[in-house]
Design a protein around this ligand. Structure first.
Ligand code: GTP
Ligand code: NAG
Ligand code: NAG
Ligand code: MG
Length: 363
């Protein structure tokens, strides 16, 4: 009897915290309807508490890497929380892809197709001008300089993913890419941390953008700010984005292959106007603007700097670059499998020290 009472209390606790409704969430439905045969709830498997999802953009050919990333985040975090996943692709995922990804996690996994209108180069883009730009960048050995799909991807991640119907029902997202690694146990729910502490955007690695991909970006940002001073936040991160009080771009940006952020910020007036303004220049195609500088500049100017969070405790690896928690206590508590000596934080190519300097200023 005592056991049953305790169980009902736990179930009620879940109910009151449970902010997402819908048929997808089978754990919840089983808990609330079937009391006789339900086993004791496993206290390590708490139900999730925020309106959040993982989000991954991937190609069918990214299958093995997608599996590794999801397996990794399940082991270090999500098997205790059960947050859902949304995977998007501009062509349908194959049955094999869906089958192999779905078996990794008991969480709901939704597979979506991106509409052509959100993905491909708009028809008002001057293809002659765009292809000349690609040729030039190719000759200059700019990474992905001659790629159209890469440009589609950057523009999609800048201005469209959060409008996809499968993401509409969520506020928070955690961006995953194929083949990333999580080095440490993530003991505190980062979504909950963001919500409780009034954070909007977060990062683990900050670095410099390649000059040749954004020749005119800062000029257009400046024009936008002059036209819309009302969107600029007090106590923003301008001194991270510019070392010349706004005259020039530092090229510092948050590395957006990892993001935990609030999609309602991207959906809001400031960012919508900003993205539309940038998009209308055509420079996602005539140059090669990345979603990382675009997101970072917006977060840096339209948010207070204290709404942007550096996740020290999330050990993260993308390609050769990693963030490994530097404080020993954090590293030990996370049982981290990374070498602190390899952390990118204070590498010459890192912008973390510029971020630290901004955060240590009083306002
Ligand atoms: N569906 C789809 N996804 C793509 C395409 N290009 C890239 N992606 C995804 O978009 C994300 C970023 O692409 P990446 O190729 O990793 O780009 P990157 O991280 O800037 O560059 P790398 O340093 O090479 O990893 C990843 O999640 C890819 O799986 C594409 O043409 N179609
Ligand atoms: C989750 O967030 C989205 C976007 O803000 C919102 O439309 C939706 O109603 C929210 N769902 C719940 C259950 O709060
Ligand atoms: C900006 O910082 C100052 C000084 O700390 C503070 O008084 C003010 O309220 C802050 N403004 C906003 C919008 O948070
Ligand atoms: Mg990548």
């Amino acid at each position: 009897m005592a056991r049953l009472t305790r169980y009902i209390l736990i179930a009620l606790g879940c109910l009151s915290n449970y902010r997402i409704v819908g048929g997808l969430y089978n754990d919840y439905e089983e808990l609330s309807t079937d009391s006789s045969s339900t086993p004791e709830p496993d206290p390590s498997r708490s139900l999730y508490k925020t309106n959040a999802t993982f989000f991954m953009l991937a190609r069918n050919s990214d299958l093995e890497g997608a599996i590794r990333s999801i397996r990794g985040i399940e082991d270090r975090f999500n098997s205790k929380h059960g947050y859902p996943y949304v995977l998007l692709n501009e062509v349908p995922f194959s049955d094999d892809f869906k089958r192999r990804v779905s078996v990794i996690t008991p969480s709901p996994v939704e597979f979506g197709v991106i509409s052509q209108e959100h993905w491909v180069q708009s028809d008002w883009i001057d293809e002659e001008k765009a292809s000349q730009a690609r040729e030039r960048m190719k000759a200059d050995n700019v990474k992905y300089g001659d790629s159209v799909p890469y440009r589609n991807m950057c523009r999609y991640n800048s201005g469209f993913f959060y409008r996809h119907e499968l993401l509409q029902k969520y506020r928070w997202y955690w961006r995953l890419e194929p083949d990333v690694k999580f080095h440490c146990d993530i003991n505190e729910d980062p979504f909950l941390f963001m919500e409780k502490n009034d954070k909007t955007y977060s990062f683990t690695i900050a670095t410099y953008e390649i000059d040749a991909t954004i020749p005119s970006l800062w000029k257009h940002v400046t024009d936008f700010l002059n036209a819309h001073p009302e969107y600029v936040s007090q106590n923003n991160s301008m001194d991270f984005l510019s070392l010349t009080h706004g005259r020039t771009y530092s090229r510092c940006h948050f590395w957006s292959n990892f993001e935990i952020a609030d999609m309602d910020f991207w959906r809001g007036d400031a960012y919508s106007a900003f993205f539309d303004y940038l998009d209308a220049t055509g420079n996602f195609y005539y140059e090669r603007w990345g979603d990382a500088p675009v997101h970072s500049i917006a977060a840096g100017l339209f948010l207070r700097k204290d709404q942007i969070h550096f996740f020290e405790n999330i050990g993260y690896q993308h390609d050769a670059w990693s963030h490994c928690p530097l404080p020993d206590s954090v590293w030990e508590e996370g049982r981290c499998a990374c070498n602190q000596g390899n952390s990118f934080d204070y590498d010459v190519s890192s912008c973390k020290s510029i971020w630290d300097r901004l955060m240590s200023k009083s306002k």
